[in-house]
Design a protein around this ligand. Structure first.
Ligand code: ADP
Ligand code: MG
Ligand code: MG
Length: 529
């Protein structure tokens, strides 16, 4: 990676050029649904009484430079990552070994586990598929599970070696509500269009070329995952129509991202509905075979059998303000619908699992992945991560985290999703001082990945912000698997396992968080170098 390339990019725009680029960008974004609803504060002031307003989602003006070798490797290993997390989600015993460390100190994880336990005790349900008579089987496992995953990376360049090649290091692995797959493809199209209409200066034409700007196919690929689950569900009760149910937050600003997936499903004649999580117990019921039946409030005469429940809510404690919310989660988990994800799959994505997998000299990857090649390639993406417990590594990590000089190389993460939950660098020692030491094992300590410096411009809330940026690449994965009883154990079959497109998110280099929805980052696309 010649560093001058990074220094000279992106090309400067004259005022006229910037105006031309922005006028195209703004219209293209709205016309193609790269949009978000206004913030609740805006709505509560009565400024959008009919709920019709939307604004451009934060996007970058230019595609960011990204090493081609890193991009290719991240794609190449995604199916192995899918395989790994599907295997973890199936290995209840191994997962419990991790969850039990958290149960006394992390209420949210404990509650999720309780839901799983309650359903297991009763037996997961699977209605016998073919045949005139229905047979209900009670299983120890969910029969079919869908994972729509996203593995996130940053580029790491060894600062002590000027000849080092860039490598990807994993930030985290998401197993629930992995967002922006709907908008990402549109943003990569946007940058391609801006290049085509020569909104970028001619000085950059050798870098910003079509062959360097792959379009992300994430919306159609994620929808294909949902469609595969929908079709694998089997036959509905005669006379019932079927649907895929999106469980959503309410209000949801990022609705268009989700709509892109719905529209892709509708093209395939699959019905989709959006169900605010808090309405679950009002609008759905379980029939005597524990099939999930959804009655749309706008058309109460038609009941739909839900084949697949797709969670875009339910990942954060804020989604469970009342005991009814937990009852709703239990209700969905008990149902015969395919869950994306199941509780076990959600828990497989907790930060603690990532830390345990990254334990040096451990054999966890060997447990889940067949070949040495797969294991080595996955392991090569791990950044150092430590527990904060009483193990030898944990005691060492506690020292690192409590001294300001060493703490500044780390990020402290609780078992949470959705952005805005981490504690960074110098803030870690003070934070830990305020937290009783018996709670520290609920966190993991991770070395900060320091990607190469580069610049870009972000269009956010109608303003252009220029400066140093940090990019995070996400690779989506779609994985559908079936568990079957075999003798006293179970066997499993992976029905679908694909890489499902990419997301590039870019944030100002002064910001520690990168979440677009949380208000820190922008959606970007890659310009491969
Ligand atoms: P969440 O599940 O809330 O998205 P993440 O682990 O992705 O949690 O952390 C949120 C953000 O913090 C990331 O998008 C990234 O910008 C930053 N971050 C997290 N871990 C690291 C790391 N090891 N190095 C650099 N930045 C990190
Ligand atoms: Mg993240
Ligand atoms: Mg996450």
């Amino acid at each position: 990676m010649p560093s001058t390339l990074y220094q000279d990019y992106p090309p400067d725009l004259t005022q006229g050029e910037e105006e031309y680029l922005l006028s195209n960008l703004k219209d293209w974004c709205i016309a193609h649904g790269i949009a978000v609803r206004p913030p609740p504060s805006f709505v509560s002031k009565g400024q959008d009484p009919s709920g019709v307003l939307a604004t451009t989602a934060p996007v970058t003006l230019f595609p960011s430079l990204f090493p081609r070798s890193c991009f290719d490797e991240a794609h190449a290993i995604q199916t192995t990552y899918n395989e790994l997390y599907a295997a973890i989600a199936r290995d209840e015993e191994w997962l419990y070994g991790i969850v039990k460390e958290l149960v006394g100190i992390d209420d949210f994880t404990a509650k999720l586990w309780e839901v799983h336990e309650a359903v297991k005790k009763e037996g997961y349900v699977q209605v016998g598929l073919a045949g005139p008579t229905y047979r209900i089987e009670f299983l120890r496992y969910q029969a079919l599970t869908l994972g729509l995953f996203r593995s996130d990376y940053m580029v790491h360049l060894d600062p002590s070696d000027s000849n080092a090649s860039p490598e990807i290091k994993q930030v985290e692995f998401n197993t629930i509500a992995s967002s922006f797959g709907g908008l990402s493809g549109e943003v990569s199209q946007l940058h391609n269009v801006l290049s085509k209409i020569r909104a970028y200066p001619q000085s950059a034409k050798r870098i910003i070329t079509k062959s360097n700007m792959p379009v992300s196919e994430s919306a159609s690929n994620l929808a294909a995952g949902l469609a595969a689950a929908h079709h694998a569900y089997g036959e509905p009760q005669i006379s019932r129509e079927t649907c895929v149910l999106f469980i959503v937050q309410d209000p949801e600003r990022n609705v268009f991202d989700q709509r892109h997936l719905e529209w892709n499903l509708q093209k395939q004649d699959i019905r989709t509905f959006r169900l605010p999580f808090h309405r679950t117990l009002i609008d759905t019921r379980l029939d005597f075979k524990r099939k999930l039946v959804y009655t749309p409030p706008h058309a109460p005469a038609t009941a739909y059998e839900v084949t697949t429940v797709y969670f875009r809510a339910g990942y954060s404690p804020d989604d469970y303000p009342t005991p009814e919310a937990w009852a709703a989660r239990l209700h969905l988990e008990r149902s015969n619908a395919i869950k994306c994800p199941s509780i076990l799959t959600q828990l497989a994505g907790c930060k603690k699992v990532q830390q345990v997998l990254a334990t040096p000299n451990s054999l966890h990857l060997e447990r889940f992945l067949g070949t040495k090649e797969k294991i080595d390639r996955v392991r090569a993406t791990f950044a150092p991560i430590y527990p904060l417990d009483s193990s030898e590594a944990g005691l060492e990590a506690k020292k690192l985290a409590t001294e300001p000089e060493t703490a500044q190389r780390y990020v402290l993460k609780p078992q949470r999703e959705g952005g805005g939950n981490n504690i960074y660098r110098m803030a870690i020692p003070k934070f830990l001082k305020s937290e009783p030491e018996e709670n520290w094992p609920a966190y993991i300590l991770m070395e900060m990945i320091e990607p190469p410096a580069q610049k870009n411009a972000i269009f956010r809330n109608g303003e252009v912000q220029k400066g140093g940026v940090i990019c995070e690449l996400g690779i989506y994965g779609a994985c559908l698997w079936r568990n079957e009883l075999e003798g006293s154990g179970t066997k499993s079959e992976v029905l679908k396992n694909t890489q499902a497109g990419y997301l590039l998110r870019t944030k100002g280099d002064q910001s520690e968080e990168g979440g677009v929805a949380a208000g820190f980052g922008a959606i970007d696309s890659v310009c491969l170098v």
